[in-house]
Design a protein around this ligand. Structure first.
Ligand SMILES: Nc1ncnc2c1ncn2[C@@H]1O[C@H](COP(=O)(O)OP(=O)(O)OP(=O)(O)O)[C@@H](O)[C@H]1O
Ligand SMILES: [Mg+2]
Length: 295
């Protein structure tokens, strides 16, 4: 467990450069592009297909990262509010949520809730979000509402995860535009490869038209059943086509994972010794290793 004191990484020491023209001495601090910053890495969890494990992955990965001492915010951008209720918050009783942050009627910081996990907070979804996609359609810079809203809290966290709805509508476009990277849960099933190819094409479109810096962090295989030939074949095929893009940590099909949200708990809170819990813990470790390479 980390002590959750947020320390900004030290800047590299400025380099002194040799004396230059006419004997004048210039001390130059060269421009650097890889200075670690205190800004959160914003990751959108996306797949236009429903029920593939987006929310489960966002919730549990976020919980294990918080458990490892990171400061994590989970943004519930889905009107179904599954991430909100999965963290034990009754979205029907909330007066305001991410929608009010999007339209700017409330400060985002005032809308954020604590969870059972130290270091993990949530920006919840409420019913009001259902109307947002329609309302945003005719607005100026309509894809940028979430990106602008999150600027207020970007320095408060190491990671901000966005749980997107199963569509490529206005909410998901906001979810992608606000993000630095995309994480794609893929269910180990027959059409997985086609689905992933289609989604990567969509991400490319967003990159070309809205957000050139958007990166694909990788795909996480979910609901894997090693006893079935189909699951094994799908896994092999995905690794063959996207060797660098598939996380090595595979999430098994698990009743415990499906049960946990009905108790308002992550798998870390519900059954931390289960196989599924260990798989999300491994995924969090792999995620952090990739992050070290990213800075
Ligand atoms: N590895 C797993 N094993 C068994 N059940 C799982 C697993 N992952 C998720 N589930 C269950 O499958 C259902 C769909 O998962 P989840 O809600 O995470 O998918 P989603 O992609 O967020 O769905 P939606 O597109 O509706 O937002 C949920 O009931 C969840 O509890
Ligand atoms: Mg979901």
């Amino acid at each position: 467990m980390g002590n959750h004191v947020r320390v900004q990484a030290p800047l590299p020491a400025p380099q002194k450069v040799a004396p230059m023209y006419f004997g004048a001495v210039f001390l130059i601090t060269p421009m650097r592009y890889n200075i670690p910053t205190a800004m959160a890495h914003i990751i959108s969890v996306v797949n236009q297909k429903g029920g593939v494990g987006k929310t489960t992955t966002a919730l549990n990965l976020a919980a294990y990262l918080a458990d490892a001492g990171k400061f994590v915010l989970l943004v519930d951008l889905d009107p179904q509010a599954n991430a909100t209720s999965g963290l034990g918050i009754d979205h029907k009783t909330l007066a305001a949520g991410v929608y009010e942050g999007l339209i700017g009627s409330h400060s985002v910081r005032s809308l954020i809730h604590n969870t059972d996990h130290h270091g993990l907070k949530v920006l919840p979804a409420t019913q009001a979000l259902a109307g947002a996609s329609v309302e945003l359609v005719n607005a100026d810079e309509r894809e940028h509402f979430l990106r602008k809203a999150l600027l207020e809290v970007r320095n408060d966290y190491d990671y901000i995860f966005i749980d997107n709805p199963p569509s490529l509508g206005m909410l998901t476009l906001n979810g992608l535009t606000a993000a630095d990277s995309v994480l794609i849960p893929v269910q180990a099933e027959y059409y997985a490869l086609e689905g992933l190819t289609q989604l990567l094409n969509t991400v490319n479109l967003v990159r070309e038209n809205i957000k050139p810096s958007l990166e694909v962090m990788g795909a996480v295989i979910t609901m894997y059943d090693g006893r079935t030939r189909l699951s094994r074949e799908v896994l092999e095929e995905l690794y063959r086509y996207f060797p660098d893009k598939i996380f090595r940590s595979v999430i098994p099909r698990s009743v415990r994972l499906a049960e946990a949200p009905s108790f308002g708990k992550t798998i870390l809170g519900y059954d931390p010794s289960s196989k599924a819990a260990r798989s999300y813990e491994r995924l969090a470790r792999e995620f952090m290793l990739r992050e070290e390479g990213r800075i």
